[in-house]
Design a protein. Structure first.
Lengths: 457, 422
């Protein structure tokens, strides 16, 4: 049965169960005797009993039935013709299977032909079994719930308990995701460090990953140039653009601009935050990078690269402007107006008040915003992938090609390597470093902002 | 501070030249500072304008396509194939045997000389085939058709090309055998190696399927956890842990979610690579925290009096939330959801990690088919060496930006229209 068909069947069953439950409860109410719960709650109770067990069974069944099907096929005498090596066996079987399921029209290996009817039979057999079991479970659950419907049955309490469980399970997904990220990164990183020493990874200055590693030798997994490139582009060049522009925009819009200008300019700046990074990346590579290179050549640097770090950093800075601006905006607004009024009353001009009173008072909030911005910038991928280039380079010259952690993750994972190759695993190690650093930056930033808010409350 | 203040200090002489100069200096600093602020705002918005103008300027060309007149004398070219042969079930076989590619090549050479074949785009044979299937009677006639021009001619006609192409275009113009029309292939086609045949429909459909999966997973989970955390969660270690992980997930770089998808969905669960299913799952995990955070704010904004009133007339805690709080908070939740979905629609990096970067020549027909997404298609085209892809990339960016701005506009409208100020 196809996925969509199954979905419709379950939806139909659910609707039927709900209607039957409600009708039964309504008729009981009409026959005298006050119901404890509204009829629709009886309907929901019946629905849950009739649908949830079959769904759980289906999940379980879809996990085990492929193995059962393969077993049944292998128990046939034809299976003795299979080659002995595991790889050839698996490829013949999977081809026969996809032909039998109609995913593939014809096979490339003649050996898979005799298995197609076997697979068809086995699939049909287990599908029938699964369908019967699902239907039986649904019927049994429904019947059980149906017999429980009485005027004094507390259907609402049952349903509400289930709802609470559902809510709790939904919120646990966040924890599961976090654990999933941590577990997968840590596990793959551990496997990577069994191949390449952590010392080389964290302190080496040569990034040129080789597919075949020899323990103890220099395998080109020194990530220092990548860390430097990430910091240089994300935390230095981008911030040199984003902090002055973002901060000054926030000051102008909150302190100087008229209400009308503010109403129009704020959304315009926010559009900058809504543009997808792939668009920024394309723009950087297509327009800004050639401009930067031409400029560098004009001032006498003939070796300027077209995928230079400056273009990527500047465009990334522009992307970050709204973040810095809105964080500064918030922290400026949080400064008590008494401080500002006091300064103005002493005869200070607006700019003196801003520079000497508002900004020092708002500094923790601004710093928090900048830390968040840095964490956004170093985790940014598409701009650097499209504009900054793939060659790791330990240099402070912004006109040269510099690679970052995220660029290398993309480069390592978009080839055709095996999942277990050290190159693939290295991407996870880089991901772990990125995860830990952005996590720390965020925690510190949030703490700084929170402390500062408390100071004025 | 040149004057040492004396106990019997005279009032400051503000009209004196020294003080006037000082005041003038301070006011000048004030003006400079204000101008600096204005400059920052203008520079930022100027950058936005520059970006949009560049993209639109390049992209509009992508929606146009240059066409060349081609005289097709079907009876001679096809050796007298009858219209009846192109009707019914045998039509495909007949067309296959005709070698339409060769036929249009011959016709082009006959009309425009030896290099005539280089004038017409690679999609011509397919276009002729569709035309013949739609109207078999054509095959018995001599017909002048407008067919897509080759990429070099196309860019030479629109802006500039190499000398040879420019000369050819001039010649065609003289014969009035060249024109510009709306490029429907771009909106209905799939990725192709020939830029004149490339279109965004396959990528767009992939994006739609991926977004549908993301929405179906992230919205219920996000709303339910927002309700739980805001309304029911007891203050304990577990709740704290949930809150910390949601706040962290919202700040994790998107590429990390791609690594998660690769390690868990692809290699552990063995789900199909490059499929919209895995893309949707990965983006759902990324979008869910955004929905939870905005949902919590929306739920928090519902005043306690509503809850107390509902409880006062005997509603159970679940009824209070699902009958009263949730409907009132829904506009706010929807606003946050749309913004989260807009972010997911523009996301590229995690999809690259799970292999949605393959060359997809036909639109996906299901959630497990190999698919690509619009931003990924933009990334792939931006890597193409053929400069004719520049306008395709920019045109695809325009489509993406229109959708994102549209979604944001809907979110703002919803917020203004339905959000109640208590």
């Amino acid at each position: 049965m196809t996925g969509t068909g199954l979905l419709f069947l379950i939806a139909g069953m659910a609707l039927l169960a709900w209607l039957v439950g409600r009708a039964r409860a309504t008729s009981l109410a009409r026959g005298g005797g006050a119901l404890n719960s509204l009829p629709s709650y009886h309907g929901w109770f019946l629905l849950v009993c009739a649908v949830v067990p079959p769904l759980l069974f289906l999940a379980f069944w879809s996990a085990i039935s492929p193995a059962l099907v393969t077993n049944m096929v292998l128990s046939d005498p034809v299976a003795s013709a299979l080659p002995a090596d595991a790889f050839g066996r698996a490829s013949i079987l999977s081809e026969a299977r996809s032909i039998a399921q109609g995913l593939q029209d014809k096979g490339f290996q003649p050996a898979s032909q005799p298995f197609v009817p076997l697979y068809k039979a086995a699939l049909a057999h287990y599908q029938l079994l699964g369908t019967i079991a699902t239907a039986l479970l649904a019927f049994a659950g429904g019947a059980f719930a149906f017999t429980r419907i009485r005027p004094d049955f507390r259907a609402r309490n049952r349903v509400e308990t289930l709802v609470m469980w559902g809510l709790m399970l939904a919120s646990l997904i966040a924890i599961i995701t976090t654990l999933g990220i941590l577990a997968s990164l840590l596990f793959e990183t551990y496997r990577f460090f069994t191949l390449v020493s952590p010392l080389e990874f964290l302190t080496g200055t040569d990034w040129n990953p080789k597919a075949n590693v020899t323990p103890g030798a220099d395998n080109g997994y020194g990530a220092i140039p990548l860390f430097w490139g990430t910091i240089f582009i994300g935390a230095i060049i981008a911030m040199l653009v984003a902090i002055p522009l973002g901060l000054m925009s926030a000051i102008f819009l909150t302190q100087y601009a008229s209400a009308r200008v503010r109403r129009w300019m704020k959304p315009v700046l926010e559009i900058l935050a809504g543009i997808p990074t792939v668009v920024y990346g394309y723009f950087a590579a297509l327009t800004i990078a050639p401009m930067v290179r031409d400029f560098a050549v004009m001032v006498g640097m003939s070796n300027a690269a077209s995928d230079n770090a400056l273009a990527a950093g500047v465009v990334m800075g522009v992307m970050i402007i709204p973040l810095v601006s809105s964080m500064s905006d918030d922290s400026l607004a949080a400064v008590p107006s008494a401080m500002r009024d006091g300064s103005l009353a002493m005869g200070a001009t607006k700019s003196e008040t801003i520079k000497k009173v508002l900004l020092p008072a708002a500094l923790p909030g601004v710093v928090g915003g900048v830390l968040l911005a840095i964490s956004r910038a170093i985790g940014e991928t598409m701009i650097v992938v499209m504009a900054a280039g793939y060659t790791a380079n330990l240099t402070a010259n912004p006109f040269e090609t510099i690679s970052t952690v995220t660029v290398q993750i993309v480069a390592l994972l978009t080839g055709d390597q095996d999942f277990n190759s050290p190159q693939t695993l290295a991407a996870f190690a880089l991901g772990l470093v990125l995860f830990v650093v952005t996590l720390l930056l965020n925690l510190v930033a949030l703490r700084v902002v929170k402390k500062y808010r408390e100071a004025y409350e | 501070m040149n004057n040492i203040p004396s106990p019997m200090r005279r009032p400051t002489d503000w009209s004196g030249s020294v003080m006037q100069k000082r005041i003038a200096r301070r006011y000048a600093a004030e003006r400079r500072f204000k101008a600096l602020g204005l400059f920052a705002v203008l520079l930022s918005s100027g950058f936005l304008a520059f970006l949009l103008f560049t993209m639109v300027g390049k992209g509009v060309l992508g929606f146009q396509q240059t066409e060349i007149a081609l005289d097709l004398d079907f009876p001679t070219l096809t050796g007298g194939t009858q219209a009846t042969a192109l009707r019914g079930p045998g039509a495909d076989a007949t067309l296959n045997s005709l070698d339409l590619g060769g036929i249009v090549g011959v016709a082009a050479s006959a009309q425009y000389g030896a290099d005539g074949e280089d004038l017409i785009g690679g999609g011509t044979a397919l276009a002729v085939r569709k035309l013949l299937l739609a109207d078999p009677a054509l095959v018995e006639k001599k017909q002048r058709l407008w067919v897509p021009a080759a990429a070099a001619i196309d860019s030479a006609y629109k802006s500039k090309g190499d000398a040879k192409a420019e000369a050819l275009v001039a010649k065609l113009k003289a014969q009035s055998a060249i024109q510009s029309s709306v490029n429907t292939t771009f909106l209905t086609g799939a990725d192709a190696t020939d830029p004149t045949e490339a279109g965004i429909w396959a990528a767009f459909k992939g994006s739609l399927i991926t977004m549908a999966i993301t929405l179906m997973l992230a919205f219920p989970v996000g709303v339910l956890s927002a309700l739980y955390l805001e309304e029911y969660a007891p203050k304990n270690r577990l709740t704290e842990l949930i809150e910390v992980s949601i706040n962290n997930l919202a700040a994790v770089p998107s590429i990390i979610f791609g690594l998660l998808g690769l390690a868990i969905f692809l290699s552990l669960f063995g789900l199909p690579r490059s499929s919209a299913l895995v893309g949707g799952l990965t983006l759902a995990l990324m979008t869910m925290p955004v929905i939870v955070i905005s949902g919590r704010n929306a739920v928090k904004a519902v005043p306690p009096s509503i809850r107390e009133a509902a409880m006062g007339i005997g509603a159970s805690p679940v009824q209070v939330v699902f009958h009263h709080v949730l409907p009132l908070a829904l506009p706010g939740i929807l606003t946050g959801t749309i913004i989260g979905m807009a972010r997911a629609l523009g996301e590229t990096a995690p999809l690259l990690m799970i292999g949605m970067r393959a060359f997809i020549a036909s639109p996906p027909s299901g959630i497990t088919d190999p698919a690509t997404a619009l931003p990924v298609q933009i990334y792939l085209w931006s890597d193409e060496v053929n400069s004719a892809f520049v306008e395709k990339t920019s045109a695809a960016i325009i489509v993406l930006l229109i959708f994102l701005l549209g979604m944001n506009a809907v979110a703002i409208y919803l917020r203004n229209r339905f959000e109640t100020r208590w």
